[in-house]
Design a protein. Structure first.
Ligand SMILES: Nc1ncnc2c1ncn2[C@@H]1O[C@H](COP(=O)(O)OP(=O)(O)OP(=O)(O)O)[C@@H](O)[C@H]1O
Ligand SMILES: [Mg+2]
Length: 346
C-alpha cells in the first residue's frame, strides 16, 4: 500500500514566488503577498495520510484545496516543500517518472467528469490502462470490472452524453478504479450532483472502500460530506491547514473561530456516537442489552426512552468499551440548542 506525506508545502502564484515564500516565513500575511502581486494559495502545509485512510480536505472557496491536491500528484509544482509518495519525493521526479507514478499509484476523479465525448463509456474507463500500454483484452476486462463496481454493468458501449450526471460521475470514478492505484484523489468529485445522487455516491464510495481499502484524499466544501466520508478532516483557511482531526475532535474543539463557524451548523447528535461517551468507569447493570459503539447519540437517546440505567457499549468485536448514562447523553445533546428542543419534544 501507498502512503502520502506532505512536508511544509507552499504554492505561491505570481512573480518571484520563492522570494514571497521567504516573506511568508518571516511573517507576511496574505495582504502583503497580494500587494506584491502574488497569491499565497498553499502555505506551510504538512500532514501524513495513512494507508487505507480517507483524508478529507475542506475549506471555503479559494482556500487552496485544489492547489494542494494538484501538488500531491505533481500536476502542479510546489514553490517550496516536499510531497513524499511511498517515501519518494514527487517534487524531484522528472516528467516521465512522474507520469509513471501517477499511472501506478494515484488516480484522480475530477468534479467535472472530464470524459471524452467521442469514446464509449468502456473506452473512457479503460483510458488510463490504454496509455499504460494495456492490450484490448486486459482493457476490456478491467474496465468492465470497474464499471460493475460502480453499478454500471451493461453501460459500456454507450456514450457519455447518453448518461445522467450521476452516472457520468460514476464513470469518472470507475476510470480511477480501473487504474487499480492504491490512492484516489477526489477533487469536489460529488459537488456538482443533486443532493440525493450525491448521497448515493457517498454511500457507494463508503461501500466500495470497505471492499477495496484505498487511500483516499477527498476535497469538499460540504461539511456533512466531510464528516460522512472522512476518517480525518483537514480544515484549510487562506492556504493554511488550521486544524486536522476526526469529525468529533473538530466538533468538540474547533481550533479557531473560522473552524467553529464552519462546524456551527452541524447537527452534533448525528456525529456524536455511543463511543464518544462510553466511560469505562461506569458499570451497567448485569444483563443490560449492549449497544453498538457507532450508534448515533440521538438514536440511542430515543431508544432508551427515559430509562435511567447506564447501557454497556461494545465495539465491532463485541468488546466492552464502557457504559454510558442517559444523563450524559442528554447533556451532550443539550449543548446544541436545536437538539435540546427536539430532545424535550421527544
Ligand atoms: N494558476 C493560478 N494562477 C494564479 N492564481 C491561482 C491559480 N490557481 C489558483 N489560484 C488562486 O489560488 C487560490 C487557491 O485556489 P484553489 O483553486 O486552490 O482554491 P479551492 O479551495 O480549490 O477553491 P474552490 O472551492 O473554489 O475550488 C485562489 O485565490 C486562486 O485564485
Ligand atoms: Mg477547487
Amino acid at each position: 500500500m501507498t502512503s502520502v506525506r506532505v512536508e511544509r508545502l507552499y504554492k505561491i502564484f505570481g512573480p518571484q514566488p520563492a522570494e514571497l515564500v521567504r516573506r511568508v516565513e518571516r511573517g507576511a500575511g496574505p495582504d502583503e503577498i497580494k500587494a506584491a502581486g502574488g497569491t499565497a494559495a498553499v502555505v506551510d502545509a504538512s500532514f501524513e495520510v495513512a494507508e487505507g485512510e480517507t483524508f478529507v480536505v475542506m475549506g471555503l472557496s479559494g482556500s487552496g484545496k485544489s492547489t494542494l491536491i494538484r501538488m500531491l500528484n505533481g500536476l502542479l509544482a510546489p514553490t517550496a516543500g516536499r510531497v513524499l509518495v511511498d517515501g519518494e519525493d514527487v517534487t524531484a521526479m522528472s516528467g516521465k517518472v512522474l507520469r509513471a507514478m501517477r499511472q501506478e499509484k494515484m488516480s484522480m476523479v475530477f468534479q467535472h467528469f472530464a470524459l471524452f465525448p467521442h469514446r464509449t463509456v468502456l473506452d473512457n474507463v479503460g483510458y488510463g490502462l490504454r496509455i499504460r500500454g494495456a492490450g484490448e483484452d486486459e482493457l476490456a476486462e478491467k474496465a468492465t470490472e470497474a464499471l460493475n463496481l460502480v453499478g454500471l454493468e451493461g453501460w459500456g458501449d454507450r456514450y457519455p452524453q447518453q448518461l445522467s450526471g450521476g452516472m457520468r460521475q460514476r464513470v469518472g470514478l470507475a476510470r480511477a478504479l480501473a487504474a487499480q492505484t492504491d490512492v484516489l484523489l477526489m477533487d469536489e468529485a460529488f459537488s456538482a450532483l443533486d443532493p440525493l445522487i450525491k448521497r448515493e455516491m457517498q454511500d457507494q464510495l463508503l461501500d466500495l472502500n470497505a471492499q477495496l481499502g484505498k487511500t483516499i484524499i477527498f476535497i469538499t466544501h460540504d461539511l456533512d460530506e466531510a464528516m460522512r466520508l472522512g476518517d480525518r478532516i483537514a480544515m484549510m483557511r487562506a492556504g493554511r491547514i488550521v486544524q486536522i482531526g476526526t469529525a468529533e475532535e473538530i466538533l468538540r474543539e474547533p481550533a479557531d473561530s473560522y473552524v467553529a463557524e464552519f462546524v456551527h451548523d452541524v447537527d452534533r447528535s448525528r456525529v456524536l456516537t455511543a463511543a464518544t461517551l462510553a466511560n469505562p468507569q461506569v458499570i451497567a447493570p448485569t444483563g443490560a442489552e449492549p449497544v453498538d459503539a457507532g450508534t448515533p447519540l440521538r438514536e440511542l437517546f430515543l431508544r432508551l426512552g427515559g430509562r435511567p440505567d447506564p447501557v454497556p457499549v461494545v465495539d465491532g468485536q463485541q468488546r466492552l468499551l464502557g457504559a454510558v448514562t442517559p444523563a450524559a447523553i442528554f447533556e451532550a445533546l443539550s449543548r446544541e440548542p436545536e437538539t435540546a428542543e427536539e430532545a424535550s419534544d421527544a
